[in-house]
Design a binder for this molecule. Structure first.
Ligand code: TPP
Length: 289
């Protein structure tokens, strides 16, 4: 997973409280407070922890898919990445490995035109990403990434192919990153404001989907404001609960990587405990040692 796919987790049933526990790094966070915010993961929901290190998850997904194939499981792996991720060596190694080993994996590339401030024109000269699939020996589907229904039927078809034929497939979703890359980015510094406004107003995928469900009589303004109020309340409640939960024990900072912690790790733990003891005012008392 990259960092723009919390929707997959929501869809699979990750609760708002589970999201919030991760954001607050409290003792119920499955990552034990050791990751940056938004790095969710769930064993139960088969969702490998988000990786901000661009593209590292792509070969991992191919390995997972190959293992599913060896175990004759009726399942496939799915991995997500941006256009920026395709400029990494990991992407190319993963694509080739998947094609040669015929691993049942769906690669979903979210081509939103920008990798932070780098436009796709400075990243590749190919016609987007979809053409790379056949070059490696796998099929590709290019789809309008702002059309929710088109995405649904594309992924549905891709999953059938990956599982029934036990082969990889690449999906390129064409879209535009209307938001800044992150809260520390100001995208008006490197692209025209009217371009952003055009996509925000004329091409917004939520507006488009809303129009469709309204036209079919499945949704109206009252439904929408009721849903918004309900979700706002649930989010605020989840925050209030999560912020009161104590942090994971300090000892957890040093577990789960090595079977036998190395001597320098032991030294770091000793130094940390000394520091906490020496500066009791600077460390919250709710951190168990
Ligand atoms: C290996 C690595 N190199 C650089 C970065 C810094 N970085 C963070 S996001 C990003 C851009 C990724 O491109 P894309 O997925 O297209 O991004 P977005 O659409 O989110 O802007 C970069 C270069 C990183 N996280 N990891």
């Amino acid at each position: 997973m990259q960092y723009r796919e919390p929707g997959v987790l929501l869809w699979r049933g990750f609760t708002l409280q589970e999201f919030t526990n991760q954001l607050f790094g409290n003792k119920y966070d499955y990552g034990k407070g050791r990751q940056m915010p938004i790095h969710y993961g769930s064993n139960k929901l088969n969702y490998v922890t988000i990786s901000s290190t661009i593209a590292t998850q792509i070969p991992h997904a191919v390995g997972a898919a190959y293992s599913l194939k060896m175990d004759k499981k009726n399942a496939c792996a799915v991995t997500y990445f941006g256009d920026g991720g395709t400029s990494e060596g990991d992407f190319h190694a993963a694509m080739n490995f998947a094609a040669v080993m015929e691993a049942p994996v769906i690669f979903i590339c979210r081509n939103n035109g920008w990798a932070i401030s780098t436009p796709t024109s400075e990243q590749f000269r190919s016609d987007g990403i979809a053409v790379r699939g056949p070059a490696y020996g796998m099929r590709s589907i290019r789809v309008d990434g702002n059309d929710a229904l088109a995405i649904y039927s594309t992924v549905h078809a891709a999953r059938e192919m990956a599982i029934n034929e036990r082969r990889p497939i690449l999906i390129e979703t064409l879209t535009y990153r209307v938001g800044h890359h992150s809260t520390s980015d100001d995208s008006t510094k490197y692209r025209p404001a009217d371009e952003i406004e055009h996509w925000r107003k004329a091409r917004d995928p939520v507006t488009r989907f809303r129009k469709w469900v309204k036209k079919n009589g499945w949704w109206n303004d009252e439904d929408e404001s009721a849903l918004r109020n309900d979700v706002r309340k649930k989010v605020l409640n989840a925050i209030q609960v999560a912020e009161k939960v104590e942090k994971p024990p300090l000892a957890e900072l040093f577990t789960d990587v090595y079977d036998h912690p190395s001597s320098n790790l032991g030294e770091q733990e000793r130094l940390l405990r000394e520091t906490v003891k020496r500066h009791p005012k600077d460390y919250p008392i709710d951190v168990p040692v």
